[in-house]
Design a protein around this ligand. Structure first.
Ligand code: NDP
Length: 334
């Protein structure tokens, strides 16, 4: 069998020397294991992250270890009674021609669709689109969605699901041919070639024309210049599922720009960040008073007031407030 191992950690974009090809004898499956001859291997953007030695939601690939990834193949030997020779399966085979895996780590496929669909449209990327759009995008008919990497397995699924939910869908894709595919094959209402623009403001103008009512879902697949271009177009109560930041995957960790670090934290730590304006919640004011008022009256909730005497002191007291000059709620007593 042949496998591809990580030879060293890439500096920026991966190059051939970062990988090593190994040839070895086929392993015999231990009890509970299955030997798979791989027919299709998946290549996905997340693999770039696994090549770095940083703490993340999944462990990095060690130097000398097989590069991680999913594959589809046929069972050629089995020591798990749930599988027979010839079964078509999908699992984390790694970058290799064969993999010996626990039967519990494999999913059987039927032969009704091309095997490779288990790696894309009906595999991890398709499911990523479906799950994140439903959980965090919350599509609404009549609203507008923008997604980049729009002809890839995630973006194309996002576009089609959003369109089916009645949204206007705007694709960002690299090159005229991908833009044509976005509208003709995946049904996007408009497609913009981000590679035709040198600056975020020029890209912004093009997206603004394609999304005249603003953006309600920006499905974040790429970050970088696309993110910069869409920010001013976001509508109030817009949603941003942060799924991928591929524009920054090859950047070095010590970049002076802190935005990639923030966006990566949002993604990896699944942070919830919500804008809040108190007036949106005013209908709950009576509930607040009923719950907290008695506790204030009983001394169970403390409060502090900083009382300034006289209306003439107001300008100076206000200036001091902005500098930390007050201690507690600043009130002017007339
Ligand atoms: P794709 O197959 O679409 O491949 C990536 C595409 O990204 C490229 O083809 C390119 O398309 C686009 N791209 C690359 N660099 C840039 C850039 N600087 N600006 C704009 N676009 C760029 O990928 P997937 O559909 O598999 O994945 C899409 C995103 O979703 C990735 O960021 C990936 O990491 C993420 N993802 C996250 C998961 C999660 O669990 N959080 C799971 C699966 C995927 P083009 O030429 O059209 O610009």
């Amino acid at each position: 069998m042949t496998r591809i191992a990580l030879a060293r950690r890439p500096q920026g974009a991966p190059v051939a020397e970062d990988f090593a090809f190994d040839h070895m004898d086929l392993p015999d499956p231990a009890p509970g294991e299955v030997l798979v001859e791989v027919s299709h291997l998946s290549l996905d953007p997340y693999m770039r992250g696994r090549m770095n030695d940083v703490k993340s939601y999944a462990p990095s690939v060690g130097i000398g270890e097989t590069m991680t990834g999913e594959g589809v193949g046929r069972v050629v030997a089995t020591n798990d009674p749930r599988f027979s020779v010839g079964d078509l399966v999908v699992g984390v085979t790694g970058w290799a021609t064969h993999a010996c895996l626990s039967g519990s780590a494999l999913r059987k496929l039927d032969d009704s669709l091309p095997p490779s669909t288990a790696l894309g449209v009906l595999g991890m990327p398709g499911f990523t689109a479906w799950a994140s759009l439903n959980a965090y995008g919350r599509p609404k008919a009549g609203q507008t969605l923008v997604v980049a990497a729009a002809t890839g397995p995630v973006g194309s699924m996002v576009g089609q699901l959003a369109k089916a939910a009645g949204m206007r869908t705007v694709a960002i894709a690299g090159g005229a041919e991908k833009c044509r595919i976005a509208t003709e094959t995946f049904g996007f209402d408009a497609a913009i070639d981000h590679r035709a623009f040198d600056t975020a403001s020029a890209l912004h103008t093009a997206i603004a024309e394609a999304a005249p009512d603003g953006i309600d879902i920006y499905f974040e697949n790429v970050a970088g210049m696309v993110l910069e271009a869409v920010i001013p177009l976001l509508n109030t109560f817009a949603r941003i599922p942060v799924i991928g930041t591929i524009a920054w995957y090859n950047e070095l960790e010590d970049s002076a720009d802190r935005l990639p670090m923030l966006w990566r934290s949002v993604l990896v730590k699944r942070l919830s960040i919500n804008g809040f304006i108190v007036y949106d919640h005013w209908d709950k004011f009576d509930t607040f008073l009923a719950e907290v008022g008695p506790k204030v009256a009983a001394g169970e909730i403390a409060y502090l007031e900083d009382v300034v005497q006289g209306i003439d002191k107001m300008p100076a007291a206000f200036a001091a407030l902005l500098e930390g000059g007050n201690t507690g709620k600043l009130v002017v007593e007339l």
